[in-house]
Design a protein around this ligand. Structure first.
Ligand code: 13P
Ligand code: SF4
Length: 315
């Protein structure tokens, strides 16, 4: 059911009331719908959110993001209740890397450390040496003591690392984000021809041919900083990542234009359907009924915690 704007505001007020009543906090990723970002206590990229999850004093964390993000919050807060508005919201890239497939790679490269992008299941984190996000991947990989590194699961981010980090052999897992990988060099060319004055910022989850043609490659929070900076001399910028970032960009610097892939621009949307199946109604229901709690075995929490904690200590 789609809500009218008036109902929307009422629902937002009701969610805020429930938050106070239940001593809950709402964390939301930048790819969430604007009406959800509006009522969140904290909005960020996956690194910001993992950090924030360690500082929370509320009894309930309502996590508006995909499944692995809720799991990460639970691993960092085993004694708190972590709720997901929509437990089916998964990350297709995270699901590509099974524990068995990663163990096979470990057998092939016994001396290599496993660095896992935070976009992995809790199970995969239990067999990882350290985690990273796209915001701190370069820093983390530079600190790894081995020369060989198995990087799981994103081959886009692995490509970015192989260009940025010297003296390490990156062995990529063959995973990718199906949404970011839909964007092609041809599409980028069309946007560049339409907006020749606009610099291009892209997420490292995009394919190598897109990264190679960009002026800036960075995580969602890095894109946000770069594209809204007053030091960037441009009236408009082309941003190749999920459309959800448009709302925080506009909010942070409304004096610049942000061009995203959309059918209006002659290319398709870059849109994560999983992030968008979370709606305000689901946020309300999950908080009201305290349902869809993240539940992980104690042993998984303990082991996965080591690789996440190491990432936080190193970044
Ligand atoms: P960030 O680490 O930039 O938040 O990205 C997470 C993600 O899933 C992007 O698709
Ligand atoms: Fe996963 Fe891609 Fe969605 Fe990010 S945009 S959550 S990597 S499917």
């Amino acid at each position: 059911m789609l809500l009218k704007p008036k109902d929307y505001k009422l629902l937002q007020e009701e969610i805020k009331r429930l938050k106070r009543e239940k001593n809950a906090v709402i964390l939301a990723h930048y790819y969430q719908r604007p009406e959800i970002q509006e009522i969140a206590d904290f909005v960020g990229d996956s690194l910001d959110l993992a950090r924030k999850a360690t500082e929370v004093s509320a009894d309930i964390i309502l996590f508006c993001g995909v499944h692995f993000m809720g799991e990460t919050a639970k691993i960092l807060n085993p004694d708190k209740r972590v709720l997901l508005p929509e437990p089916k919201a998964g990350c297709a890239m995270a699901d590509m890397a099974t524990k068995e497939a990663v163990l096979k790679l470990k057998d092939m490269y016994p001396n290599a450390w496993v660095v896992s992008y935070v976009n992995t299941t809790a199970e995969v984190k239990t067999i990882s040496d350290v985690c990273c996000t796209s915001a701190n991947a370069v820093k983390i990989v530079e600190k790894v003591p081995t020369d060989e590194i198995i990087f799981v699961p994103d081959k886009g981010l692995a490509y970015h690392l192989s260009k940025k980090v010297r003296g390490k052999k990156i062995i990529p897992f063959e995973g990718f984000c199906p949404d970011h990988y839909l964007f092609t060099a041809d599409m980028l060319q069309r946007l560049k021809e339409k907006y020749p004055d606009a610099p291009v910022g892209v997420h490292p989850e995009t394919p190598p041919e897109i990264q190679d043609r960009a002026d800036f490659v960075g995580s969602t929070s890095q894109l946000l900083r770069w594209a809204t900076s007053t030091e960037l001399k441009a009236d408009r910028v082309i941003i190749i990542t999920e459309i959800g970032l448009q709302y925080p960009l506009q909010k942070r610097n409304p004096y610049r234009g942000y061009i995203f892939p959309t059918p209006d621009e002659g290319v398709g949307y870059l849109f994560c359907s999983q992030m968008k199946i979370i709606t305000l109604e689901k946020v309300y229901e999950s908080l009201k009924e305290e349902k869809n709690e993240v539940d992980l075995p104690e042993e998984v929490i303990e082991k996965a915690n080591l690789s996440i904690k190491r990432m936080l200590d190193w970044s």
